[in-house]
Design a protein around this ligand. Sequence first.
Ligand code: KIV
Ligand code: NA
Length: 277
Amino acid sequence: AKKITLPKLHEMAQNSQKIAMLTAHDSLSARMAEEAGVDIVLVGDSLAMVSMGFPDTSQITLDEMIYHCKAVKRGCQTPFIIGDLPFGSYEQSVEKGVESTVRMIKEGGADCVKFEGGRELAPMVERLSQYGIATMPHIGLTPQRQVATGGFKVQGRKAESAFRLLEDALVLESAGAQLFLLEGVPTEIGEVISSKVKIPVIGIGAGAGTSGQVLVQLDMLGGFDDFKPKFLKRYADLLGYSTSAMKQYVQEVRQNEFPQREHSYSMKEEEFIKFTK
Ligand code: KIV
Ligand code: NA
């Protein structure tokens, strides 16, 4: 398969061909996503929670995100790769945001970067766009701001906040954004925003009316069970079957049923006789 490009993603959205995106955080998860045929792989800062054990995403660093992005890049060839800028790596200034973006691309190997926020990001999106760098603003529910919003709360439920959200999207699109991530909004708002902007809108908890969907890979595989948001569908029971496989291993080691002959190396009998003499 050929590498998925930004024009290809725009074309898919224009033809109402749904875009499938999943997160990945290492080479294995990237490879599995690629083999499953996903169009976009997101190295999301959710890995702070599902893979590093943090209660939220605030403590993961840019260096750590780059480290994970490198592993993802080595694990897949065809998906478009988006790197998430973590909390604290872009809020200070446009310069800081540009610097973090360049590092995510140059060191991490990302094709595009994602960052959370609305119209306040327009100057950064514009600057990056002028230099030909693609961006994906993440609007709606923005987990990096969960302290201010009082938790992971659905956004745009009231007409006024829905209108602000639409305005944010339009401002960011004119600033040069190439893709949107829309999280945690009513289906109606997901539909309206997707129809009012020309660029692809990838939704999570934003209903079926967006250009595509994204889920956190370990969430949808059933590899993370600290909590389960309404939008999440679990397609597998990774925790369940991985744990039962490991239980069987532990039991076989204790009962000396593993390893068997087929898992063991041997030497020529004459060599062994020489050795034991
Ligand atoms: O970090 C993440 O995984 C995300 C989601 C929207 C998928 O930002
Ligand atoms: Na994220």
